[in-house]
Design a protein around this ligand. Structure first.
Ligand code: ARG
Length: 603
């Protein structure tokens, strides 16, 4: 109902300007806001929208909010076209104005959505390829080479992918970037160690898999921490690598390749599209970052390290905290790379992405890092006017005991195993259900259904949480057919597919729609909320909003399905109800698609 809420806003704005010209002027200076403050009604009995502006104007107008609300309503009522979509406004409480959309108007909206592949969701404006205002860089997943991809990376992958899908659907050009940790001291360490224990691996492809690599990494780190000679050799190795020495580069490439195979396996299973552009990519730009900060006068030497002191970020000692961009040994770090990356991403030349919005999806533990890096980039003038830099933080994944997620034997959970287990459990559930229902299905059906449900459950469990909070990983909860879960939503779609199989024609274009039952109207109103939810997700980058909406819609549908006859109804009720079924299915499919979840006809 975005178009309707926009119309309402416009009508209200016109009324306010007419009623209070003196305020209109001060609103231009930004002193007072004449924003009509139209929000969705908090309860269905209040109608569709609630207007809150009367409360805000009470003080500047020195009148009671109720009086103001009455003046506004009177002004609105002068405009005949207002009543082409709205019923008579109702003033409630201290001065809220409740608005209800006319039923014939709702029915028209429904009719317009049927058969529309975008379901009424507008594309962003300025979508021409030249227009940079619609270009988004989405930095997500981003595991580290030679280390295991962990549940934190899984969260980043799932949330990032869903945000990318949503922004793409809205018409943005999204560059999905995998900022893998593929550069730095750890490679010097690893190469030095492998030269000692497995020299073959440094010039032979596929000499070992990521599991071995992780083990080698751990051992190399131990040597590094305990053996001075090893440390020196590692440092020298990093220098060789960074200066581009052939044999070092070759070894490094092989190491990256091993990790990549493992990462790609996870991406393939989860249907994730992402382009790798690791930290190493920015290597040629790091010195420039430091030089430029220096010439801008932002750089300070602190015990040999070069850093920028952050405004308004005070450490324990009461002094401003520094962001280090060059260590005392001359090496660059994670922050330097991120500064170079920001610069590159906003630059509109051959060497740049020309983005207008750059989004990072990582755990909340990196919030300070990004706050610091963003501040320095702003101060250095690397963020263009209107350019947005956003960190999308998320909480930890915990076991059901509220502690860090671990295997029974206390090790960190490997993602591959986690996905396998979700699918295996989905299979157990399905086989049990088939037995109970006395159903016979072939193995290919079972495989398809359980893979879809298992992976959907993992994704949905993650996306449906408010990402800021920690979330408890529970196979039982995420696979349940009850509650805000993937199986519950998928099942609503299966019900609708069942109606079609039993002879309900969902495909005809309905010209005559008639809704009579409250369950129908509730579903109609639910269906029409999709567009504003998508626009909210785009703005706030909270996929759980979309999940909550899809869950609510499934509940409204199930109530309708349980309480209102569909196939047994007579025309025109029958076709109207089938139209609602179709639109519900299309909406759920689209919404789940934006979450990266495929759907099923039967389960
Ligand atoms: N590799 C990092 C990690 O595993 C995440 C990188 C996030 N992106 C960035 N531009 N810093 O924690």
């Amino acid at each position: 109902m975005l178009n309707l809420s926009r119309s309402i806003e416009n009508k209200l704005r016109a009324a306010l300007e007419k009623l209070y010209p003196e305020l209109a002027e001060s609103s231009e200076n930004g002193e007072i806001s004449l924003d009509p403050q139209v929000v969705q009604a908090s309860k269905p009995e209040f109608g569709d929208f609630q207007v809150n502006v009367a409360m805000a104007l009470a003080k500047p107008l020195k009148k009671s909010p109720r009086e103001i609300a009455m003046e506004i309503v009177k002004e609105l009522e002068k405009d005949k076209s207002f009543f082409s979509f709205c019923k008579t406004p109702v003033i409630a409480g201290p001065g809220f104005i409740n608005l209800t959309i006319r039923e014939d108007c709702l029915a028209t909206e429904i009719r317009n959505r049927i058969g529309d592949s975008r379901l009424g969701i507008p594309l962003v404006e300025g979508k021409e390829s030249k227009d940079q205002s619609t270009s988004v860089v989405l930095d997500f997943s981003s595991p580290n080479i030679a280390k295991e991809m962990h549940v934190g990376h899984l969260r980043s992958t799932i949330i990032g992918d869903s945000l990318a899908r949503t922004l793409e659907f809205r018409g943005y050009r999204v560059l999905r970037l995998n900022h893998v940790g593929d550069w730095g001291t750890q490679f010097g360490m690893l190469i030095t160690y492998l030269k000692k224990v497995a020299p073959d691996s440094l010039h032979m492809a596929k000499a070992f898999d990521l599991g071995d690599l992780v083990k080698f990494y751990r051992e190399a780190k131990q040597c590094f921490d305990s053996d001075d000679e090893f440390q020196t050799a590692s440092r020298e190795e990093v220098v060789k690598l960074q200066s581009g020495e052939q044999s070092s580069i070759k070894a490094w490439k092989l190491l990256c390749e091993q990790s990549r195979i493992e990462f790609q396996n996870i991406y393939d299973r989860l249907d994730i599209r992402i382009q790798e552009r690791g930290e190493s990519f920015y290597n040629p730009y790091l010195q420039e970052v430091v030089d430029d900060l220096d010439s801008l006068g932002l750089l300070v030497s602190d015990e040999g390290a070069k850093c920028v002191f952050l405004d308004g970020v005070i450490g324990k000692n009461g002094k401003a905290l520094p962001l280090i961009v060059q260590k005392s040994d001359g090496g660059f770090n994670y922050a330097t790379t991120d500064l170079a990356a920001i610069r590159y991403r906003f630059t509109c030349a051959s060497k740049g992405d020309c983005a207008s919005r750059v989004i990072y999806v990582t755990d909340a533990g990196q919030a300070n890092h990004f706050a610091g890096v963003f501040q320095v980039a702003q101060r250095a003038g690397w963020v263009p006017l209107g350019g947005r830099l956003e960190h999308v933080p998320f909480g930890l994944v915990q076991g059901e005991d509220g502690k860090k997620l671990k295997t029974r034997s206390g090790e960190t959970v490997r993602l591959r195993d986690l996905l396998d287990e979700a699918v295996a459990r989905a299979e157990m559930d399905l086989r049990k259900r088939l037995k109970e229902e006395g159903r016979q299905e072939d193995e290919s059906f079972i495989k398809k259904v359980t893979t879809t449900i298992g992976l959907a459950a993992v994704k949905y469990a993650d996306l449906s949480q408010n990402r800021i909070t920690n979330y408890q990983f529970s196979f039982d909860k995420m696979l349940s057919l009850q509650g805000n879960t993937a199986p519950y939503l998928l099942y609503a779609l299966v019900r609708i597919a069942g109606i079609a199989r039993k002879g309900g024609d969902l495909d005809t274009r309905m010209d005559q729609l008639r809704f009579t039952e409250p369950q129908e109207w509730n579903l109609v109103r639910g269906l029409l909320k999709l567009d504003s939810v998508i626009v909210d997700v785009e703005e706030e980058l909270l996929p759980n909003r979309l999940c909550a909406y899809l869950f609510e819609l499934s509940q409204l549908f199930n109530r309708f399905y349980d309480q209102v006859p569909i196939l047994k109804a007579e025309a025109p009720d029958r076709s109207s109800r089938l139209a609602l079924c179709r639109l519900t299915a299309d909406t759920l499919r689209l919404g789940l698609g934006l979450l990266g979840i495929p759907t099923l006809e039967r389960m």
